[in-house]
Design a protein around this ligand. Structure first.
Ligand SMILES: Nc1ncnc2c1ncn2[C@@H]1O[C@H](COP(=O)(O)OP(=O)(O)OP(=O)(O)O)[C@@H](O)[C@H]1O
Length: 406
């Protein structure tokens, strides 16, 4: 288990992390979310002993990282996949890490297989694509077969197959009882991967709860009701009837009505009694992205001056009232977009993966099997891509490096 108590980090006048207390438990994938600059990487670096807290502490299994016996066998991390000596082959890079940590060389080939890089193990990593570099970083994190794993943006640069693989890898590692702490800005992916969420904003804890509780605490469920498009008087009649019955009715831009305060069967009965035909009556629950946007709106430091809320916050229709904020949470100016249309399932719920291979959940993996996280197919395109320009050689960020290196 990872435990932070009153964790604070200041860089001069800048407070990157402020009084953060949380626990990351084994047996689950814990997502670590927050806007750009909110302190996620700083927190991860303090967990790994790469930065010293200004005050407070963070421990792994009860020890600060630097006092952890055999740390590299107990904790694996992917922080910056680009921080690799580009002149070394993938195998040599992993071999050097293994030697430093007393890990047997045969483990190198095992993890190369796990991440699907066995076919390019002899190639210099400076020729690797972004996704290949990411896989190499994940291989390094897995090298010591650790019980605690930290991944900072692990799916960055991965293709859809790679994203699915990382998702299943995280779940399989957690299913084996490991502690998996992963940061990401990809909300749709987090919704499918994480069991629990820790959300920070401007260095402070905003939420520490299950993903299910997070979504329900930061979104108001509502019903979407649609009358025949050409019959505006029907819509008005229904609006009056629903309002008289105690519902709150909000017109949406596409002509539908958003109704809160009444259960779906009651809405149906009211429409029937008012002799109004319905073309749609559907439940809507916010996605993780909507819930996240609602919670973190006030903690965003970096925002474009152009169309700041495009796609995420629609302007209210004329005369409409914004939805009520959740007390103590969320932002009053938030207005949820309509749910996306998806393959004949126009109102797919969060947590319900679409049909097909990307919706498949990871099956628990039996311990002791060879390469339990290996992909079914070898890498395709990435292996055949031409070499990328050489990156500046940089040592891999092992937790033995000096602190405050960034
Ligand atoms: N070494 C440093 N010196 C000074 N300021 C720093 C240093 N490291 C981080 N910061 C500042 O601390 C804040 C938190 O940065 P951090 O990289 O932890 O955020 P983050 O949540 O990981 O961001 P992102 O999502 O963009 O990766 C930022 O304002 C950043 O500029």
């Amino acid at each position: 288990m990872i435990e932070a108590v009153g964790l604070t980090k200041r860089y001069g006048a800048k407070t990157a992390v402020h009084n953060l207390s949380f626990q990351v438990r084994p047996g689950a994938v814990t997502g670590f979310l927050g806007p750009n600059g909110s302190g996620k990487s700083t927190t991860m670096r303090m967990i790994l002993g790469l930065d010293n807290p200004t005050s407070g502490q963070v421990t792994i299994g009860g020890y600060p990282y630097r006092k952890l016996p055999n740390a590299s066998r107990q904790v694996g991390a992917l922080l910056d996949a680009k921080a690799v000596h580009g002149g070394r082959s993938a195998r040599n890079h992993l071999l050097s890490l293994a030697q430093l940590s007393g890990i047997p060389a045969r483990r190198v080939d095992e993890v190369l297989g796990v991440v699907g890089l066995q076919g390019v193990a002899g190639k210099r990593s400076k020729g690797f694509s972004l996704g290949m570099g990411q896989r190499l970083g994940i291989a390094a994190a897995l090298l010591g077969d650790p019980q605690v794993l930290l991944f900072d943006e692990p799916v960055n640069g991965l293709d859809p197959e790679g994203i699915l693989w990382v998702r299943n890898l995280m779940k399989a590692l957690a299913a084996e009882g490991r502690t998996v702490f992963v940061s990401s800005h990809l909300m749709s992916e987090m919704a499918l991967t994480a069991d629990h969420l820790i959300v920070i904003g401007r260095g402070q804890l905003m939420a520490d709860m299950s993903i299910k509780d997070f979504i329900s605490a930061n979104s108001a469920d509502f019903a979407r009701v649609r009358t025949p498009g050409t019959e505006s008087q029907q819509r008005e009649k229904l609006t009056t009837a629903l309002t008289e019955a105690g519902g709150q009715v909000l017109p949406e831009q596409d002509g539908a009505l958003r109704v809160t305060g009444l259960p779906l069967p009651r809405i149906s009965d009211i429409a029937h009694e008012a002799d109004v035909r319905l073309w749609e009556l559907s439940p809507h629950q916010a996605s993780l992205e909507e819930a996240y946007m609602r919670m973190t709106q006030g903690a965003v430091d970096y925002r474009s001056t152009i169309d700041q809320k495009a796609g995420l916050q629609q302007p209210l229709p004329p005369g409409a009232q914004p939805p009520m904020p959740v007390p103590g949470q969320g932002q009053p100016d938030w207005y949820a977009p309509p749910p996306p249309q998806q393959d004949g399932q126009p109102f797919a719920m969060p947590g319900q993966p679409p049909a097909g291979p990307y919706g498949a959940a990871a099956a628990p993996v039996a311990a002791g099997q060879p390469n339990p996280y290996a992909q079914p197919a070898p890498m395709g395109q990435e292996q055949t891509q031409p070499a990328a320009p050489a990156a500046a050689p940089a040592p891999h960020p092992t937790p033995t490096e000096s602190e405050d290196a960034r």
